[in-house]
Design a protein around this ligand. Structure first.
Ligand code: C2E
Ligand code: MG
Ligand code: MG
Ligand code: MG
Length: 286
């Protein structure tokens, strides 16, 4: 870039880039600190059964409050991924989620938890093996011998499946043998290949919010989601609709036999205490 041509633009871009780089570097250091000091918080977004409206699951969503304000995961997760911190953060999230599963079990609440897994946590064979091994260490830390793994679902994304390693299939199958369910998150947003649905050992798909949003835009969008749902059901996959916000979206979801609904129309993500209060109320009423 020539400084003589458009000096102002040049300055503008470099200043922006510098600001960005500084922000990323400082967030990275603060993330590291947050990890050491365990100042992350887990939020829970209740997910309901479409037929009964009852809470059957929650998605565990990481929250990071820094200098009095929440930094959105879409901003800090990529930084954690690029620096490798995501591996330790991910382990902490699984530890917290598994602890919560044990607490819900003690209350006799039959609720599942879904935890997001970053593709970076599966970056290499070594990381994949360490991921599987981490469950033994976590259950030891939680002082349990037989953990109810059937209550735990791991949400992976298509970017992981693009790598198509046979080792990955072994790893996913190994997790499923424990009882863990595998869910394909944000379905339709990546380099979606329908063959993923048949070729990978998965139990569920989550239709991305962007598809649910577009349902209100007309029949062609409805036809697309209908086809994804029908194919998924034919393959025995459970379907969750993500980001349901309106009554008309709900109507569509119900008439297409989508089994689980997640969205602001029902619940927003909330701290654990609020989530447990809801579950206690539900247990009292049903
Ligand atoms: P995701 O896994 O697709 O999670 C669903 C996101 O959609 C959440 O955003 C949730 O709050 C939001 N959402 C759900 N229903 C609605 C709705 O009706 N309307 C709107 N506007 N939004 C809705 P959130 O919590 O900001 O998380 C964003 C992303 O960050 C997640 O997308 C996930 O990819 C990532 N993430 C969050 N926690 C973790 C974590 O513990 N580990 C990893 N690796 N990624 C995480
Ligand atoms: Mg998710
Ligand atoms: Mg999602
Ligand atoms: Mg999403």
């Amino acid at each position: 870039i020539s400084k003589a041509n458009g000096r102002n633009r040049y300055h503008f871009f470099t200043e922006q880039m510098q600001l960005n780089a500084e922000r990323i570097a400082s967030l990275h250091n603060q993330l590291k600190q947050a990890l050491d000091q365990q100042t992350f918080e887990l939020y829970y977004q209740p997910i309901v059964n479409a037929t009964t409206g009852l809470i059957v699951r929650a998605e565990v969503l990481l929250r990071w409050q820094h200098d009095g304000q929440f930094i959105p995961p879409d901003e800090f997760i990529p930084i954690a991924e690029n620096s490798g911190l995501i591996v330790d953060i991910g382990r902490d999230v699984r530890l917290g989620a598994m602890q919560t599963i044990l607490e819900m079990q003690a209350h006799n609440w039959p609720i599942n938890l879904s935890v997001n897994v970053s593709t970076f946590e599966f970056w290499s064979h070594e990381l994949q093996d360490a991921f599987v091994d981490s469950f033994a260490a976590i259950t030891e830390q939680l002082e349990v011998t037989d953990f109810p793994y059937d209550r735990l679902t791991l949400e992976i994304t298509e970017s992981l499946l693009m790598k198509q390693h046979t080792h990955l299939i072994d790893v996913l199958n190994g997790l499923r043998i424990k009882g863990i369910k595998i869910s394909l998150d944000d379905f339709g947003t990546g380099y979606s290949s329908l063959s993923y649905l048949a070729n990978f050992p998965i139990d569920q798909i989550k239709i991305d919010k962007s598809f649910i949003d577009r349902l209100d835009e007309g029949k062609r969008h409805e036809a697309l989601v209908e086809a994804i749902v029908r194919l998924s059901h034919a393959l025995d996959l459970t379907v969750t609709a993500e980001g349901v916000e309106t009554e008309s979206q709900l109507k569509f979801v119900m008439s297409n036999h989508i089994q689980e609904i997640q969205g602001y129309l029902f619940y927003k993500p909330m701290p654990k205490a609020a989530f447990f209060a809801l579950l206690a109320k539900q247990a009292e009423l049903h």
